[in-house]
Design a protein around this ligand. Structure first.
Ligand SMILES: [Fe+2]
Ligand SMILES: [Fe+2]
Length: 173
C-alpha cells in the first residue's frame, strides 16, 4: 500500500537528486585537493561525499518504506576547478545553505499535507543541516584566517586528516 502523497514523493525524489549532486560536488572537490597533494582536505571531502550519499539513501528508503516509487534522475556535472582552497570551502557553505532551504521547503510541505511520518523523518535532516552549516562556516573562517600561507595550510590539512567516518561525534581532533 502507498502511504506517501504524490507531491511528497515527487519532492523527495527531487531531494534524492540534490543529495547525490552534493555527493558528486564534494567528490569533485576531493579530487581537486588530491591533485594539490592536500590529502587531509581530500579526506574530509571524501567523507563529506559519503555522507551525502547516505542522505540520498535515507530518502530512497523512506519512499520505498511507504510503498512509493523511487525515480532517479540525471545528476548534473559538478565544477572541477577552483581558484583557491578558500573558494572551495565558500562554495561548500553556499551549497549547504541551499540544501537547508530545500529541506525546510520539504518540511513545509509535510506540514501542509499533515504528513506526520515525513515530519518526523525530516527532523533528523533539520538537525543535520545545522551541523553541516556549522562545519562549513568553521572551515571558511579558518581559511580566511590563515589565508594561503603554506605552513598554516599544511597544519589545517593535518587536522582535517583526523576526521573520522563516524556519524556521531565525528570531525576535528
Ligand atoms: Fe545532505
Ligand atoms: Fe550536506
Amino acid at each position: 500500500m502507498t502511504t506517501i502523497g504524490k507531491s511528497m514523493q515527487e519532492a523527495m525524489n527531487e531531494q534524492i537528486n540534490k543529495e547525490f549532486f552534493s555527493s558528486y560536488l564534494y567528490l569533485s572537490m576531493a579530487a581537486y585537493f588530491e591533485d594539490k597533494n592536500l590529502m587531509g582536505f581530500a579526506h574530509w571531502m571524501r567523507l563529506q561525499a559519503d555522507e551525502e550519499r547516505e542522505h540520498a539513501m535515507k530518502f530512497y528508503n523512506f519512499i520505498l518504506d511507504r510503498g512509493g516509487r523511487v525515480l532517479l534522475k540525471a545528476i548534473d556535472a559538478p565544477e572541477t576547478a577552483w581558484k583557491s582552497n578558500l573558494e572551495v570551502t565558500e562554495q561548500v557553505a553556499e551549497h549547504e545553505a541551499k540544501v537547508t532551504a530545500s529541506i525546510n521547503a520539504l518540511y513545509e510541505l509535510a506540514l501542509q499535507e499533515k504528513d506526520y511520518p515525513a515530519q518526523a523523518m525530516l527532523q533528523w535532516f533539520i538537525t543535520e543541516q545545522v551541523e553541516e552549516e556549522k562545519n562549513a562556516a568553521e572551515l571558511v573562517a579558518k581559511l580566511r584566517l590563515i589565508e594561503e600561507r603554506g605552513t598554516a595550510v599544511l597544519m589545517l590539512d593535518h587536522r582535517l586528516s583526523k576526521r573520522s567516518g563516524e556519524e556521531e561525534g565525528d570531525d576535528e581532533e
